[in-house]
Design a protein around this ligand. Structure first.
Ligand code: GLU
Length: 295
């Protein structure tokens, strides 16, 4: 039996952003995380990803907790809320800056689109962080950061810091196996990602890496749409000296037309099903079967 208070071997999390109602896809994601933890005597956490304060609302957060409890889930409280930890993200950003890997960027989306309008033949235009940044501001020193500038990671410099054989183990059925990072691939297919914005102390990528490490998350379960972004996270873990969890990217729940569900898709919101009188078992029956196995 595990010692009281000892950290279990398997810690998973469900990390919704409180920007709209949870729908069937979120129910599935939460259950995948909870099943994996439960199957190993582990711990399932809920985290509130509210870095984007312009879109986050306390009312959505309350609804999220209510829907998850209704589904039958339980988790330790208080939960981690990103907006409570600005100093941790600033410290990670400061670390990358001390390493000489960051620069301030004043490009608007329109500037980037215009500068990137003639990409090299064969080179990808978009990566997991959006349009691959053409490098316009790359030579600017951090001391020149203006109040509206974003901060980017100089990917070529960052990739040059890779040592050993960094990569991650994936246990999701679609991508199972070991995935290695390659410097060339990081530079050409991801590029200089945004680490912070004027109104956001950390981008999603920096936030998720700091949070998962702070919470000791051992197995990151999430939708397969984030599979490509995982290389960014593993790189940041490597640069910041943080452990790399095991990853499990699961299938996305789609509507009849094959389109993935979105927050605005109120028809499939858990709250809508609840209002129609369905119970948690009915909702679970609408989802694919979930296995609780993990290595
Ligand atoms: N807040 C993120 C989302 O809702 C979490 C993604 C992740 O699990 O890394 O997509």
């Amino acid at each position: 039996m595990a010692r009281a208070g000892a950290r279990p071997r398997v810690i998973t999390r469900f990390a919704p952003s409180p920007t709209g109602p949870l729908h069937l896809g979120h129910a599935y994601a939460a259950l995948v995380a909870e099943r994996l933890a439960a199957g190993h005597g582990g711990r399932f956490l809920v985290r509130i990803d509210d870095l984007d304060q312009s879109r986050s609302r306390p009312a959505w957060e309350a609804q999220i907790f209510d829907d998850l409890h209704w589904l039958g889930l339980d988790w330790p409280v208080p939960v981690r809320r990103q907006s409570d930890h600005p100093a941790e993200y600033a410290s990670a950003l400061g670390h990358l800056t001390e390493m000489g890997l960051t620069y301030p960027c004043r490009c608007t989306r329109r500037d980037i689109d215009a500068a990137a309008s003639a990409p090299q033949e064969g080179a990808p235009e978009f990566g997991p962080d959006g349009r691959i940044y053409p490098g316009t501001c790359r030579a600017r020193p951090m001391a020149e950061r203006g109040p509206t500038d974003a901060i980017r990671l100089d990917m070529a410099r960052a990739a040059a810091r890779l040592t050993g054989d960094p990569g991650f183990d994936e246990i999701g059925p679609g991508f199972a196996g070991r995935h290695r990072l390659s410097a060339e691939d990081l530079i050409t297919s991801i590029g200089d990602i945004v680490l912070a914005r004027r109104d956001m102390g950390a981008s999603y990528h920096l936030g998720v890496v700091v949070d998962d490490a702070a919470q000791g998350v051992s197995h990151v379960t999430r939708g397969e749409d984030l599979f490509e972004a995982t290389r960014i996270h593993v790189l940041l873990q490597h640069l910041l000296g943080l452990p790399t969890p095991v990853y499990h990217h699961h299938a996305l729940i789609r509507d009849e037309t094959g389109k993935r569900l979105a927050k605005r898709d109120d028809a499939r919101a858990i709250a809508t099903y609840r209002a129609e009188g369905l119970g948690p078992a009915d909702l679970r029956a609408m989802l694919p079967e979930i296995s609780s196995s993990a290595p």
